[in-house]
Ligand binder design. Structure first.
Ligand SMILES: Cc1ncc(COP(=O)(O)O)c(C=O)c1O
Length: 499
């Protein structure tokens, strides 16, 4: 069977005609048509292989045979809704729970990250009887109305639309570019104090806190790693105000961070959210998701008297797939691979930082890594066009990476967990060449940027981050900047390109 049903030109034509224009496509001026995929590789209609550095949905590898088989076999036998007893549902709930702290014991199966977060808000509102929600700046939690309201990443793009009055935006705990940085003696407490102050202000105006919601590590917000201890303090403030803590693990869960199965566990054993939401990787591409909470929250939700019914959530096929994903993670030690390859990748990228003035910061855990590009290490001027240029040049080399964050200058690595050290070498080798070319064009050299080395990059690095010893930082001096480099034709061109 031909892998292509239509010529690429026809596919583009029909898409333009029949698919909503706000559904964006990667590399819109020269989109990629993918016809098959395996592991961490995707193939276009001509058989060209692309290395996938961004798809955290294909968590255990694209089209993993065990997952495909589990889904197909169950589909041959039965698919129906959760109003009938079925072993897959209860076995999956039990297996998922075993990965979590005991307290988080009740599951609701839904179909997308958005559905999971929307239900999490309903649970919080019902359990607390309160309405106000605190979210983090630059956060993204989903595409339905209730979640656009708590997603500054999205609602900042809207002009003239009034913000929901019961939503409150706390600063993102970004220690590189945020309000409190690595040179602060205790950024975790400083950021948590901001939340506490916000709670007091809400209460003074008669509001009542229902929930604080955050990704355990912020993804669209720019691969932000919150300082250790931040969430414990926030949870304490929020619970004191009668609210609950919702951890969004839609992007970062299921072993991606390497040292732990869930990214919230990076904060320490003493931190247990009240509600955890899961999505993307849970079904390796099959649309399914889950909300896990405590017995107390679930019982309060029951008190509404309203049945919770979800046509597709928890169907036998989804649960068979979910079980297969968990099996593969264990069988192939993918959490261990995330740790090992994540370390290797982060090490390679740290070397790029020593070499390239455009690299301002490397941060990550396991196979969740961000590379923040800046034009000036003192002013932290975002190298947005340059980041887009890197993405485009990588695409020419058949490597797929994306750039995100409020300035779209953070290169995001979040590949399938079967990503290898060879893949890391390939991607970083090309990034090295592209950055060298860009810096020549911009007249940026490490020599002249030593003078603009940012105070904030004098990171008091933990001796162990991402499980490995970081190399020492660049030397610092206090000279003045050589000025903001002129944009090259290349970077001006990159600005026009959208990924
Ligand atoms: C952190 C986070 N939460 C929730 C969602 C929404 O998930 P979905 O697109 O499956 O509705 C996303 C999607 O990108 C996300 O990144």
């Amino acid at each position: 069977m031909s892998e292509e049903r239509l010529e690429k030109k026809k596919t583009i034509e029909l898409r333009k005609k029949h698919v909503g224009p706000s559904c964006k496509i990667f590399f819109s001026h020269d989109p990629i048509k993918i016809v098959r995929a395996k592991g961490q590789y995707m193939y276009d209609e001509k058989g060209q292989r692309y290395l996938d550095c961004i798809n955290n949905v294909a968590h255990v590898g694209h089209c993993h045979p065990d997952v495909v088989k589990a889904g197909a076999e169950q589909m041959e036998q039965l698919n129906t809704n959760s109003r009938f007893l079925h072993d897959n549902l209860v076995l999956y709930a039990q297996r998922l729970q075993a990965t979590l702290p005991d307290k988080l014991s009740v599951c609701y199966f839904v179909n997308s990250g958005s559905e999971a977060n929307d239900l999490a808000l309903r649970l919080a509102w019902q359990y607390t009887g309160h309405k106000d929600v605190i979210t983090l700046d630059n956060a993204y939690h989903g595409h339905v109305s209730s979640l656009i309201d708590i997603s500054p990443y999205k609602f900042h793009q809207l002009s003239g639309v009034e913000k929901n009055q019961s939503v409150h935006v706390a600063p993102s705990p970004d220690v590189y570019r945020g309000k409190y940085r690595v040179d602060h003696p205790d950024p975790a407490t400083a950021y948590a104090d901001e939340v506490q102050e916000m709670i007091h202000k809400v209460q003074e105006k008669g509001g009542k806190i229902a929930a604080f919601i955050a990704e355990s590590l912020q993804s669209c917000g720019g691969q932000v790693i919150p300082p250790a201890g931040y969430y414990q303090q926030v949870a304490e403030h929020v619970r004191k105000a009668g609210g609950v803590f919702i951890a969004d693990e839609v992007q970062v869960g299921f072993g991606r961070v390497g040292t732990h199965f869930w990214a919230f566990q990076l904060q320490g054993e003493d931190f247990v959210p009240d509600i955890v939401t899961m999505g993307k990787p849970i079904g390796n591409g099959h649309p399914m998701s889950c909300v896990v909470t405590t017995k107390e929250v679930a019982e309060a939700f029951m008190q509404t008297g309203m049945e919770y019914f979800n046509t597709f959530g928890g169907n036998p096929v989804s649960c068979a797939i979910g079980l297969a994903v968990l099996d593969v993670i264990v069988k192939e030690d993918l959490q261990g691979n995330a740790l090992r390859v994540g370390r290797y990748l982060t090490n390679l990228l740290e070397k790029q930082k020593e070499k390239h003035p455009l690299v301002g910061d490397i941060r990550g855990r396991g196979l969740f890594v961000g590379v923040e590009l800046v034009k000036d290490r003192l002013k932290l001027t975002p190298a947005t066009a340059e980041a887009q240029e890197v993405i485009y040049k990588l695409k020419e080399q058949h490597i797929l990476l994306s750039a995100d964050g409020p300035h779209r200058n953070v290169l995001k690595f979040k590949p399938p967990l079967c990503f290898s050290t060879e893949d890391a070498d390939l991607a970083v080798g090309h990034i090295d060449n592209i950055l060298t070319e860009l810096e020549v064009a911009l007249g940026l050299t490490l020599h002249n940027t030593l003078n603009v080395e940012n105070e904030n990059s004098k990171r008091k690095l933990p001796t162990e981050e991402n499980g490995h010893q970081y190399p020492s930082e660049l030397a610092h001096s206090n000279g003045s900047s050589q000025g903001v480099p002129q944009q090259t034709k290349q970077t001006k061109q990159a600005k026009r390109l959208k990924t």
